[in-house]
Structures are given as C-alpha cells and as structure tokens.
Design a protein around this ligand. Structure first.
Ligand SMILES: [Zn+2]
Length: 297
C-alpha cells in the first residue's frame, strides 16, 4: 500500500498538472470508488470545479476546489493516478475513472484491486473528517520527539501497532514503520508507552529519516505503484529490513528476522533491535516482556 512517501511523491507531480485547472468532464466507471454515493451523481458534482490546491494528509490526497469543496482520494492497495497529455488513452481494463481537464490533458485513475476511494466533501466537512481519521504529520516542523512521546503515552499496544495506527501518526504503514524502528534500534514488540527520552529521540529521528529517504527515492515500487508520469520510485532497492528476511543487517551483519506483530509481517534485526531495553535486561529479570508480546500479536 502506498504510504506517506509514495502519496507525497504522487502529490508533487499532480500539483502542477491540476492547480488552476477546471474539471471539464468526469467519468466514474466503478461504483465501488465512491460508494455509498452514486457514481454518476458524484461525477456530475465534480464537473465544473476548479482546483485551488493539491494537498496531502496522511495517506489521503486532498484536491481542494475554489468552491471550498474537496475531493479526498485514498489509493489503498493498488490505486494510481496518471496524467496524460491528451484525450486519447490506451485501453486499460483497470481504469476506474477519468477527469478531462480544461487544458486538454486527462487524469486517469486505475486500480487493479479496487480498494481505492474518492470522497467529495462539502466546505466545512473536510477538516472534521480528516482530523477524525489522521493524527500528526511526522514531517511537520511542529512534530517533535516530545510530541511523539505524548502521542504514545497511555497506549497499551506494541510500538509497531501504535505507529501503524493512523490516528497516532499519519502516513506510516508496514514498510516505513519497520524501516523507522530499525533506524531507531527499537524492537517492534516494545511497549509503545515504555520509551525513555533518549529512545523517543531515536525513534523521532528514525521515523523522519526513513520517510525522507523514501521521499528522496520517490517512494517504493511494489505492486502497482506508479507516479502520475508513469514512472516508479526506487526505494525498494534501499530497504534496510523490509522484505529482507535472512539477509545480513547493514549495521551488524546479523540475519534480518521475520515475524508477525500486530497482525502484520514484520522485519527487524534481532541484534540491533533487542526485545528488552539493554539496561532493563541487566537490572531486572522480572520485566514482563512476554505480556507485551501477547497483547500485540
Ligand atoms: Zn543489526
């Protein structure tokens, strides 16, 4: 599934193509995209809208119109948006929607697995909807290590589960959570609320570094991820742990382990990311590390 670096890479290419343009004609071929709304009605509502901005919140693309309405696009597993110079498009059995823009170009939405969603919201509905669904933006200047500590305080889940929760931090999924935890040298099963100040700083830095690395490579091309110009990202060639079970850790050479945490396949280095924090392991044998495993798997 596209995560923050992938969705932000799409946004950066889409923004210059869309801002200032009017949706001249809209066709929605797949009712699943807009359900429970009627696809013909949504298409008719979108026609004539002029784009004021293309933003991102978490994994949502937010196309804001001059009218104050916004179209929230979630790519889910395999959705992608292609920007094509003209009106004549190659046949594509997975195309679900089309937007003809007033400069003669076309945006085509394709989605093999059909989990993606388009939601048109009225002015005034947009912020409440987003703030209920997504938490802090991890690349925001206001997002500090102390703020991360506040977001994790009181959580009774594993670190991995807490970071996957979009209401804690917006935009991280299975890939970048594993990459961030490796960078922070923290085990995915550690209790989310149990980090000390030094570990919070490491995690904060690890999250940002993992996301920024992904952004610099324009995301990772797994499954059907494509940028609007049809190209892909290259982050998949530079993963430190994700999908690398059995390969040596870049830091210490230990084979990367594969396990399941919070219901998701998880990769980590057993040496760099020990299950217990080093001092706790030395000073106490009563620390209940087993209970955190049970509560999070
Ligand atoms: Zn290692």
């Amino acid at each position: 599934m596209p995560e923050l670096p992938e969705v932000e890479s799409v946004r950066r290419q889409l923004e210059p193509a869309l801002v200032g343009r009017r949706f001249e004609r809209v066709v929605i071929d797949d009712g699943r995209l807009v359900r429970p709304n009627d696809p013909a009605e949504v298409a008719a509502e979108l026609q004539g809208e002029r784009v004021a901005a293309v933003e991102r919140r978490g994994k949502y693309l937010v196309v804001r119109f001059e009218s104050g309405r916004a179209l929230l696009i979630h790519l889910r597993m395999t959705g992608n948006l292609l920007h094509l110079p003209g009106r004549s498009l190659p046949d594509d059995p997975h195309r679900r929607a089309l937007v003809a823009l007033d400069d003669g170009s076309t945006v085509a939405y394709r989605d093999v697995r059909r989990f993606g969603t388009w939601l048109l919201l009225e002015p005034g509905e947009v912020e409440p909807y987003l703030s209920a669904k997504v938490g802090d933006e991890p690349l925001d200047a206001l997002f500090t290590a102390a703020r991360l500590g506040e977001r994790l305080a009181g959580r009774r889940t594993s670190l991995k589960a807490a970071l996957l929760d979009q209401r804690t931090l917006a935009g991280m999924g299975n890939i970048y959570v594993d990459e961030a935890l490796w960078r922070a040298r923290l085990n995915p099963l550690r209790a989310a609320a149990g980090l000390d100040r030094v570990e919070l700083r490491r995690l904060h830095g690890g999250i940002r570094a993992a996301l920024e690395h992904g952004l610099a490579r324009q995301g990772s091309t797994l499954r059907d991820y494509r940028l609007p110009d049809g190209s892909g990202g290259s982050m998949q060639d530079e993963f430190r742990v994700y999908g690398r079970g059995g390969e040596p850790c870049d830091r210490c050479g230990t084979p990367i382990a594969r396990t399941k945490v919070a219901g998701r396949t998880t990769w980590f280095c057993p040496t760099c990311q020990p299950e217990e924090p080093p001092q706790a392991a030395r000073s106490s044998s009563r620390r209940p590390s087993r209970s955190s495993r049970q509560s999070s798997v």
